[in-house]
Design a protein around this ligand. Structure first.
Ligand code: CA
Length: 236
């Protein structure tokens, strides 16, 4: 068994136990919580991923996610019976990385977990070959070796997904990147009808963290009918 720990937060015993069994078969260590409070008590930096039910008895999974985001960038996968677009967008806004609607297929869950880990591990290790250690743009600095971002001398905590999107935009400065391209590159999954919303929500969240005025973005611009871009010329 490898040392990767996954926290499962789910109040329905049958679902919790079958999730745990499935993940143990896939050689992950699992820790279980039956409500939001105990999830936050149990959460520690050595937890690599969180599977989070939205409807918990004591608090909403969205609030649990927001509290986890104050101290960690570990990937969060929401499990939700509520599948409306508003719910899904809200899940991304509070820092979730992916979601799966109940009932779900075991194969889909493990595929999504593997994809989240691929993203997270690739960007959190310095093992991949990089010539420069950092991408700079005006007062913004983005490490190429791990998920670390600095703006105006202040460290900005980005989720792994936000980091990947920002890095892609910085590496392709001057090119408008379509939501489809961004989704396929960052999520590494086929683009579906609601995928451009997923990208949009993450762009919105990046703007909130990086722009002086997120409603009039200077860094991540919208190229009408083309997508998103960071211009080639650095703005003062
Ligand atoms: Ca529940």
């Amino acid at each position: 068994m490898n040392s990767t720990k996954i926290l499962i937060v789910e109040d329905e015993k049958d679902i919790r136990c079958s999730l745990s069994e499935l993940l143990r078969e896939a050689c992950y260590q699992t820790i279980e919580a039956t409500n939001g409070r105990s999830a936050l008590d149990i959460f520690s930096p050595d937890i690599s991923l969180v599977i989070l039910d939205v409807m918990l008895p004591d608090m909403s999974g969205f609030d649990v996610c927001a509290a986890i985001r104050e101290k960690s960038t570990a990937p969060v996968l929401f499990l939700t019976a509520m599948g409306s677009e508003t719910d899904i967008i809200h899940g991304f806004e509070v820092g979730g990385d992916d979601y799966l609607k109940k009932p779900f297929l075991a194969g889909e869950l493990t595929a999504r977990i593997h994809s989240l880990f691929r993203r997270s591990q690739f960007y959190n290790t310095a093992s991949h070959e990089v010539k420069a250690s950092c991408l700079s743009y005006g007062s913004l600095k983005l490490s190429l070796e791990r998920n670390y971002c600095e703006n105006n001398g202040l460290s900005i905590q980005l989720t792994d997904t936000e980091y990947c999107i920002l890095r892609l935009l910085l590496e392709r400065r001057g090119d408008p990147l379509s939501p489809r391209y961004i989704y396929e590159q960052v999520w590494n999954e086929p683009f579906l009808d609601n995928s451009s919303n997923t990208v949009m929500v993450h762009i919105r969240s990046l703007r909130k963290k990086l722009e002086m005025d997120p409603h009039h973005p200077k860094l991540i611009q919208t190229a009408w009918a083309k997508g998103y871009m960071i211009s080639k010329k650095e703005k003062a």
